[in-house]
Ligand binder design. Structure first.
Ligand code: BMA
Length: 402
């Protein structure tokens, strides 16, 4: 009986929330108290998607594609993207990685010049797109790559021998974020809002900040310090913070506790994400397609449930199928997964990884079909579905709805 009444209350409440004449979804506070007007608006607009649609995102979308490089198109006034070449519109969300910014290099770890990246971020913002940043940071004390797991984060933390080096790396981020100036909706010039996704996939054992080289407690201290240093000490007010464990290391039988490994706390996170390659045809996953489809749905719903309990936004922060070898991948795995139930539909965005340039990298490594690829038609069908948001489909993400 109690269960029935609770269900009834929940139904009534959700009916009220969905009444079109009622005020739009009331978003909870952001982790950072001091955010710019446009950053708060982005937060509100993401909340307002509320089960209706999700943003489609792509890493490095404008820098290169399987068969072209941004540097070949410098004469063109128009940005290129395999997403646009295949579907006719840009992604709604653009992912970029700052790996090697901490070294003061001109180009990132995948050869993208930071100056060009800044311009592409600005052009995306000007068209109405949303920008998210990850960071495959080399170890600030040893200079080893992200994937070198000999030395963890311990000595970078407050009180540690190499704490200053961590601060210097974060200072590079502050300079970069502040340099992303645009004309904001209120007419002022200021840094564009960003979804910042530091220290990703920490529940895996492949990054120096991950499980093994860094203890769970140290990871939490690392995250909290990063948050406090950027927002309070250095005063950045244009960041939403996204937490993103990797699906392959989540125990589905104990989703919530497993997902929350290393969670720094509600005061430090805005978006609860998941990186999911595992359920989408990953070579090491021996589950059948039917089983992995079921687990994909479970993973999205699991994140959405945990996010709901914590007053956060759920997202699939990274993932996809390398080389898109299934010709129904986009409609029958990704879209079908998102559409599955009221929880999966809470996922606010799905971002797939990069389309490496075949000639430069001498391999096939891509997540969006390029024109002529066997899954290109399926991608168009995905694009045309009303719940998938590409750039032109977005409302004004930087102005609050009154
Ligand atoms: C990985 C691969 C690598 C790349 C790295 C950082 O998943 O795409 O080739 O260097 O991400 O972008």
């Amino acid at each position: 009986m109690i269960l029935i009444s609770l269900a009834l209350v929940a139904t009534l409440t959700s009916c009220v929330a969905r009444d079109p004449s009622a005020p739009s979804v009331q978003e909870p506070p952001l982790a950072s108290a001091e955010v710019s007007e446009s950053t708060r608006a982005l937060w509100q607009q993401l909340w307002a998607l509320d089960g209706d649609a999700f943003m489609f995102g792509h890493q490095d979308s404008l820098a290169y594609g399987v068969e072209w490089r941004g540097s070949d198109w410098q004469d063109s006034n128009e940005d290129r993207s395999d997403v646009k070449l295949s579907a006719g519109d840009y992604p709604a969300l653009y992912g970029w990685d700052l790996g090697h910014l901490e070294l003061n290099d001109d180009v990132n770890l995948d050869g993208v010049a930071f100056d060009a990246m800044r311009d592409w971020m600005r052009s995306a913002y000007e068209r109405g797109g949303v920008v998210t940043i990850s960071w495959h940071m080399t170890h600030p004390a040893t200079g080893a790559t992200s994937w070198d797991i000999d030395t963890g984060a311990a000595e970078l933390l407050p009180g540690g021998r190499h704490h200053e080096e961590l601060k210097q790396a974060l200072d590079h981020f502050v300079d970069f974020a502040l340099s992303l100036t645009v004309t904001l909706p209120n007419g002022e010039t200021g840094p564009m809002p960003l979804i910042f996704r530091p220290w990703h996939e920490h529940n895996g054992d492949w990054f120096w900040w991950g499980k093994g080289p860094t203890s769970e407690e140290d990871y939490q201290v690392l995250w909290r310090f990063t948050f406090e240093y950027l927002t309070q000490t250095r005063g950045l007010n244009n960041l939403l913070f996204a937490f993103s464990p990797d699906r392959s290391r989540i125990d589905m039988a104990h989703f919530e506790t497993s997902y929350l490994y290393g969670y720094p706390g509600d005061a430090y996170v805005d978006i609860m994400g998941i990186d999911n390659y595992w359920d989408l045809g990953h070579g090491n996953n021996k589950a059948t397609r039917a089983e992995s489809e079921r687990q994909f749905v479970e993973s999205l719903a699991g994140v959405a449930r945990v996010a709901e309990q914590h007053g956060k936004l759920p997202a699939m922060t990274e993932g996809g199928q390398d080389t898109v070898f299934e010709t129904d991948f986009y409609t029958d795995r990704l879209l079908k997964g998102w559409l599955s139930n009221e929880y999966t539909r809470q996922i606010r965005y799905i971002q797939v990884w990069r389309n490496a340039n075949r000639a430069d990298e001498n391999k096939d490594h891509f997540y969006v079909p390029y024109p002529g690829h066997a899954s290109a038609n399926d991608f168009v069908e995905f694009y045309e579905h009303p719940v998938t948001l590409f750039e032109r489909d977005l409302p004004d993400m930087y102005q609050r709805e009154e």
